[in-house]
Design a protein around this ligand. Structure first.
Ligand SMILES: [Zn+2]
Length: 251
């Protein structure tokens, strides 16, 4: 009986740990609270940007904050939003951490034709946060870790250690979950909601076609930019965004 308990604990955690996203309406596994997620995001933000050359003021930093702020405002999410510009012309990248911490590198900004293209990228990153993709990934990692440990328990029969192991799994899941690239499903979701947000904020979602066209060209080069290694610019993704942009802009 003792060895069965942790396994049923996982089943209970899975049943009780599912929420319905208030953005997408999709059921998702969520073992961390929104507050925990925000805290983990803030911590990872400090660590990730500790060695980075941040641009605090000037027209370009203000542009990033203006476009980011306009899109964040239509999400209805009460996050501690931050939009940082990193001075690094070699890095073609942008990312978002849970709780609304968005970083844009000068290397990707220089490839953008206008604010609409910047809104494509920032909208996408913001959608990862509002759809709680970070928290979902942490939860998935926790279940994987717990599964491994329950397998151990069946052998060792040490059910009094379950609690400590669960906490250990949460720690491991969190450190992996915040920084790993998102799944393909999360990318599609962020594409969709990013376009909806930017359109609602007054930007033109048709800019997705030109921006992703640029990324597609770059990713065919010898050294594909960082952004396209975590965001493969597949024809399928671009087609879906074009279709949604057309739908949004058709009166
Ligand atoms: Zn993404």
């Amino acid at each position: 009986m003792r060895t069965v308990l942790p396994a049923s604990g996982i089943v209970l955690a899975l049943a009780a740990g599912c929420i319905t996203s208030d953005v997408t309406g999709r059921r998702q596994l969520m073992l961390v609270s929104q507050d925990q997620e925000i805290q983990l995001g803030a911590q990872a933000w400090q660590e990730t940007l500790s060695g980075a050359k941040l641009v605090a003021s000037g027209p370009v930093a203000e542009r990033v904050r203006r476009v980011g702020g306009a899109i964040a405002a239509v999400t209805g999410k009460d996050y501690q939003w931050e939009f940082a510009l990193v001075d690094d012309p070699q890095t073609v990248n942008a990312f978002c951490l849970p709780g609304g911490k968005v970083a844009v590198y000068s290397g990707i900004l220089s490839l953008m034709r206008d604010d609409n293209e910047l809104a494509v990228v920032i909208g996408h990153e913001i959608a990862h946060a509002t759809c709680r993709h970070g928290g979902e990934r942490i939860s998935q990692n926790v279940v994987v870790q717990l599964g491994l440990q329950v397998a151990d328990l069946f052998v060792a029969n040490r059910s009094d250690e379950v609690r400590a192991w669960t906490n250990g799994a949460l720690g491991m899941g969190a450190s992996l979950g915040v920084l790993l690239p998102y799944s393909r499903d999360h990318e599609y979701e962020a594409d969709e909601w990013g376009l909806r947000y930017m359109h609602k904020a007054g930007y033109n979602p048709n800019a997705a076609e030109s921006f992703w066209g640029t990324m597609l060209k770059l990713s065919e080069g010898k050294e594909p930019p960082e952004f396209t290694s975590t965001h493969p610019a597949t024809a399928n993704r671009i087609e879906r965004m074009q279709a949604l942009a057309a739908e949004l802009t058709t009166p």
